[in-house]
Design a binder for this molecule. Sequence first.
Ligand code: SF4
Length: 123
Amino acid sequence: MTKIGVIRCEKNERKCPLTGCITSLTQQAQGFASYDQTQLTGVFTCRGDMDDVANMAKILKAKGAEAIHLPTCLFANKSDGVWIMEGGGFCDRMETLTDRINEAGLPCVKGTAHLPEGYVPEV
Ligand code: SF4
């Protein structure tokens, strides 16, 4: 059983209730396909403050999370009904985001649901 935290983006928090993310996590699909069993530890919303994100990662770790996944919409976008990497997503600081989460002592995986074709998240 792998316990997983999710840190989403405020730009999408009023538009998407994480339906795809949670479905994929519960079914070990898409960004979670490499796990045998999964459990959602909790969800935080990034509001652009990277110190805040580091703190969120520490809290998720303290609550038992063993990895943090970043939603696919942070780095990909939907074009003509298809999710693609070109043009990016809601976050333009993905590297800093993942670095700060790693510094908190947790692996950070980019990807949850509806992965763009050919994209394989590194776990
Ligand atoms: S990755 Fe998809 S399901 Fe998850 S928050 Fe973004 S738009 Fe919603």
